[in-house]
Design a protein around this ligand. Structure first.
Ligand code: HBI
Ligand code: FE
Length: 291
């Protein structure tokens, strides 16, 4: 299988991550080789076995409704037929991470960019950048949920607006994405369940996020999250918990400009800290006092 066209290494606050060409690419489904389909199937089976009782209901049900299976890498075209009917979202193939404005513009138009290539077998347990498995298995199913679908579009619109407001506003938004879309937990029937794509697509973190005593579990608070730093190369030290997807869409109703103004210049909150006015579900045993 041909490799993606890497354009440059963008030095972001997430460290050095490659940013790719921004064009849309057709999913080269006929070019996937046996190793690609096997990698998909192995990861799919492993994650579905782990996520029963750990992922939120909406995630697991959507994956089944979309017809995803371990048999083979799904065809974006087929998923788009189902997804378009459900919430108007469409998948578009991309080379990988996009510059933020391109990414926001896709979300604002109900297009989710999905990387067209899947990790190689030797990377099966970890890959530093989002590949097809992370995007398709992790991010796409919840776009079937009307409330979450609205949140993702509102997030994209917020991002397009924030793009002209400078680096701090973009960093606030990146943190919001990180602690909800990527690493969010939701309360369901009194228990914590996973909805974040970064967790559901990771074997270790699917267990760690819910069952380890190390991380903090703190109730969702928009401004608290926008101030909280994060690391991209280790399990999260704090997971934020929402009561429902409705809470996410409510949080994105107001104009963010006054919030950015209020937060401007305030120091970041270290990833492991618990604050006095946090709604604490679990105070982690991690050292938490890291600078
Ligand atoms: N590009 N393809 C792709 N996928 C992402 O999840 C993504 C991105 N570019 C930027 C980005 N995520 C994050 O910086 C968001 O916080 C915007
Ligand atoms: Fe992601």
């Amino acid at each position: 299988m041909s490799t993606p066209r890497r354009v440059e290494n963008l030095h972001t606050d997430k460290g050095k991550v490659p940013v790719y060409a921004t064009g849309i690419v057709e999913q080269p489904w006929d070019d996937y080789d046996a190793a690609d389909h096997t990698t998909w199937g192995t990861l799919y089976r492993r994650q579905r076995a782990l996520l029963a009782g750990r992922a939120c209901d909406e995630f697991l049900q959507a994956q089944d409704v979309m017809g995803m299976s371990p048999q083979a890498i799904p065809r974006y075209r087929e998923l788009n037929a189902v997804l378009g009917q459900a919430t108007g979202w469409q998948l578009v193939g991309v080379e990988g991470l996009l510059p933020e404005l391109d990414f926001f513009q896709h979300l604002a138009a109900r297009r989710f960019p999905v990387t067209w290539w899947i990790r190689r077998p030797e990377q099966i347990d970890y890959i530093a950048e989002p590949d097809l498995f992370h995007d398709l298995f992790g991010h796409v199913p919840l776009l079937m949920d009307p409330m979450f679908a609205d949140y993702m579009q509102a997030y994209g619109r917020g991002g397009v607006k924030a793009h002209g407001l400078g680096a701090e506003a973009l960093q606030n938004l990146a943190r919001l994405y990180w602690y909800t879309v990527e690493f969010g937990l939701v309360r369901q029937r009194g228990e914590l369940r996973i909805y974040g794509a970064g967790i559901v697509s990771s074997g270790g973190e699917s267990v760690h996020a819910l069952e380890s005593a190390a991380p903090n579990h703190v109730g969702f608070d928009l401004e608290r999250i926008m101030r909280t730093g994060y690391r991209i190369d280790s399990y999260q030290e704090t997971y934020f918990v929402i009561d429902s997807f409705e809470q996410l869409i409510q949080a994105t109703r107001p104009d963010f400009a006054p919030i950015y103004a209020r937060l401007a210049g305030l120091p970041a909150i270290a990833p492991g800290l618990v604050l006095a006015d946090d709604r604490v579900f679990q105070r982690g045993t991690g050292n938490g006092d890291d600078a």
